[in-house]
Design a protein around this ligand. Structure first.
Ligand code: BGC
Length: 779
């Protein structure tokens, strides 16, 4: 039951005037409320505090404000393109950090400007969007997560840090931990998918990989958790759009990955573009101070997203001066590109609208980051030409990229063992992505060289040599929309419109198919159709690709679809008609080799979806950890008054956690060590998994929990554990999970983190749908 004070508090929190949630009294067991301490200017490192106290005592107000300014400096192959203004600003001490510049030569040039010209010689920090690899490119983050292999994910971040630091960088704008349930949103490709628990584990692994044990080491970088917060919940999947969300949903379903990455020690956080319940995130004091710093104890610094302060003007919350003050007072420390801090804060201190103390707080946090990175000891510690030469794209890194690319691929269908392919005979290799290189490395791969990416055609040749005859036809353009191609190419794409009619292209492909044993159709999206500002309302295959597939199917030859895309696509026809479908995302530098490894059985696929694939876009948002309704649909067609669509099923095409293998696995019923869980003694859930097929393989054994009756409604299932195990043909293993009372906690209506006594169900299985259940009670 909600108390009156609770309702009042909720109303307050959900309006513009968001306040810290006061801890409430609880009638439930094992309550935890976050300490509401005031963030202090003292850290746990007295030496650092003393160093920064001394430095700040010498700084003028202008110099302090300068530290809050982050500039983007373009880059070309011969060195940095430094605009007059940036050059002059760095020399004047008006710049705290630079991003979009790398290579030792370019970074040294800029660092020299700060070290040789500014009064206090405060080094610059160098950031970049290192998102899924730096020079050696790994699968896009949604693909990385689909490996369910936290060691491999951490290793990808480690390698990215090795290469980025060898390029002079010390700060990466990653991990992106935004939970996303809407495949229309192009940036769903940049995160780990829809699940808060898995997203948390992936975020932690990436922070560990980037920051290592010691941020001062010359091969570690500072991570930046983004986009704080709730950016993935943009209405209608349209980028930058409004977010309006209950606090319960926020705390239980969207915030956990940010918190996990921060608890893992991430040194910085990036504010998001969106508003949250009426207040833009970048000017949201509740978010940036009350939640982030007071409740979660974050002691790093907050940078805005690109011009996010300025964007509060069209959001409608103030003019330039007002939005700059809003951001600073909210708890933002660094202004990315917008330069409103630089322009507005000085005059506002004079007019008394902002205090120098507020600027000191932000400045201290930026300086602390530089200190933690060891830049005051040696501003050039990340700049080393020798290391740059010996580090980039080392064989070991490229091999790791191939391995994780294979692990990230998800086998969506494999009728009558259409895959793996025989290493003999002929294939019709068809599709706009079959010879493609540019798209394979995805977007946010600015330092990656797509010309080094291995195409599918090349990968097949590498893996099977001359044993298989390849008959190629393009078959279709990725899109026939010339306008769209212009737009994509203006932002790093490399699309060429084949001028032949789509009928002629399809005709050629059909001829090629007819003379081959099997069709391998490599279709999907161009990388620029996903990522930032790349929302799509229609999530089917773009252009004439579906028409191509239909014509290929009509030849009667076995049809294997290799998909490349950065979001769940609506694939009803493909699922119905293809013999096999392999989801490969944008798999990175080694994409072609990795795909060929899977197609020809050198690697048995083991990836699982971390996001639900709908049958149709009209089902969106669709996600596995949903709530029940009071009228759940039970399958009776004539039972009208149920929660269902008249024209499409409620069920997705592929559920969360889904993915096939070339072998099969059987699961025993889960056995519980007890039927009640009490105190601190964890409950053990054991399940025997057997490899019942003809290949050695890996399986992601998944554990879900349902809190059957709660003080608020609870999801029908929530992932609480998984283990990725390898089983030889015929082998079986007992997998043991431990559930503790802590794993059952959630935020109740008073936003207390509690577990509640009562009945719980445990589900274990190969995906979120195909599970077996057992029950226990929490006492
Ligand atoms: C994106 C961020 C990115 C930043 C810097 C923004 O447009 O939203 O994810 O880190 O640019 O490039």
């Amino acid at each position: 039951m909600k108390t009156t004070s609770t309702i009042l508090m909720l109303l307050l929190c959900m309006g513009c005037a968001q306040t810290t949630t006061p801890p409430q009294e609880s009638t439930t067991t094992q309550t935890e409320t976050a300490p509401a301490t005031t963030p202090s200017t003292r850290s746990s490192d007295p030496e650092m505090d003393k160093f920064i106290d001394d430095l700040m005592a010498k700084m003028t107000l202008e110099e302090k404000i300068g530290q809050l300014n982050l500039v983007s400096v373009g880059f070309d192959v011969t060195g940095p393109v430094v605009s007059e203004n940036v050059d002059e600003n760095i020399r004047k001490g008006n710049v705290g950090g630079v991003f979009n510049t790398f290579t030792p030569i370019a970074v040294r040039k800029l660092q020299d400007m700060a070290m040789n010209n500014t009064r206090l010689k405060i080094p610059l920090i160098f950031g970049y969007d290192v998102i899924h690899g730096h020079r050696t490119i790994f699968p896009i983050p949604l693909g990385l997560a689909s490996s369910w292999d936290l060691n491999a994910i951490e290793r990808s971040a480690r390698i990215a840090a090795e290469e980025a630091t060898a390029d002079g960088l010390n700060w990466v704008f990653s991990p992106m931990v935004d939970i996303a349930r809407d495949p229309r949103w192009g940036r769903i490709s940049e995160g780990a998918g829809e699940d808060p628990w898995l997203g948390s584990r992936v975020g932690e692994a990436m922070v560990r990989g980037y920051q290592g044990e010691d941020m001062k080491a010359n091969n570690t970088v500072m991570a930046c958790v983004k986009h704080f917060a709730l950016y993935g919940a943009a209405e209608a999947g349209r980028d930058y759009n409004t977010v309006d969300m209950s606090l319960q949903r926020m705390y239980n379903e969207y915030l956990p990955p940010y918190k996990a990455a921060i608890d893992a020690g991430a040194g910085s956080v990036m504010s998001s573009f969106n508003e949250i319940n009426g207040v833009p995130a970048t000017g949201n004091k509740w978010l940036m101070t009350d939640l982030l710093r007071k409740q979660w104890g974050f002691d790093g610094f907050v940078v805005t997203d690109y011009t996010a302060i300025n964007e509060m003007i069209p959001h409608g919350v103030g003019n330039e001066a007002e939005v700059a003050a809003l951001a600073l007072k909210a708890g933002v420390d660094m202004d990315m590109v917008g330069e409103l801090f630089l322009k507005e804060l000085g005059p506002m201190v004079k007019s008394g609208k902002v205090t120098e103390e507020e600027i000191n707080t932000a400045c201290r946090r930026v300086l602390e980051a530089k200190y933690k990175l060891g830049l005051f000891q040696d501003p050039y510690r990340y700049i080393n030409d020798e290391r740059a030469k010996s580090t980039m794209m080392k064989k070991e890194y490229v091999d790791a990229s191939r391995d994780i690319a294979r692990r990230s691929m998800v086998l969506l269908k494999n009728e009558k063992n259409a895959l793996p392919l025989k290493q003999s005979g002929s294939i019709a290799l068809i599709g706009p992505l079959a010879r493609n290189q540019r798209d394979l490395i995805g977007n946010w791969s600015g330092a990656g060289d797509w010309k080094k990416a291995v195409s599918v055609e090349q990968g097949i040749r590498n893996v099977v040599g001359n044993k298989v005859k390849i008959n190629y036809a393009k078959g279709a353009n990725l899109t026939d929309d010339a306008q769209m191609i212009r737009r994509l190419n203006a932002h790093g794409g490399d699309l060429e419109l084949d001028k032949r009619s789509s009928e002629a292209m399809i005709r050629e492909a059909v001829q090629v198919a007819r003379k081959s044993d099997v069709i391998v159709a490599v279709v999907g999206e161009s990388q620029g159709m996903t990522g930032e500002a790349a929302s799509r309302a229609d999530i089917t295959l773009p252009g004439q690709q579906l028409a191509l597939l239909k014509a290929l199917k009509a030849t009667g030859k076995p049809l294997v679809i290799v998909l490349m895309n950065g979001r769940p696509l609506a694939l009803a026809w493909e699922h119905e008609n293809a013999n096999a479908i392999l989801e490969t995302w944008f798999a990175g530098t080694e994409a072609g080799n990795a795909i060929a490894d899977v197609l020809y059985g050198n690697y048995n696929p083991s990836g699982k979806l971390t996001v639900t694939f709908p049958v149709e876009v009209g089902q969106v948002p669709i996600y596995y950890n949903a709530k029940n309704t009071g009228r759940p649909y039970g399958g009776d067609e004539l039972d009208k008054y149920k929660s269902r669509y008249m024209d499409v099923p409620n069920e997705p095409l592929y559920p969360f956690g889904y993915g096939l293998s070339y072998t099969t696995f059987s699961y025993s019923k889960p056995q519980l060590s007890a039927t009640t869980l009490q105190g601190t003694q964890p409950l053990e859930v054991r399940v025997d998994v057997r490899n019942t097929g003809n290949y050695d393989g890996e399986e992601v054994v998944q554990l879900y929990v349902q809190d059957v009756v709660g003080s608020i409604t609870r999801p029908v299932k929530e992932l609480k554990g998984f283990q990725k195990i390898a089983l030889k043909k015929g082998e079986s293993k007992t997998v043991t999970f431990r559930i503790s009372a802590d794993d059952l906690k959630f935020y109740n209506n008073e936003l207390q983190y509690v577990n509640e006594p009562g009945e719980y169900r445990v589900y274990v299985g190969t995906n979120s749908r195909d599970v077996q259940a057992a029950s226990f009670r929490l006492q």
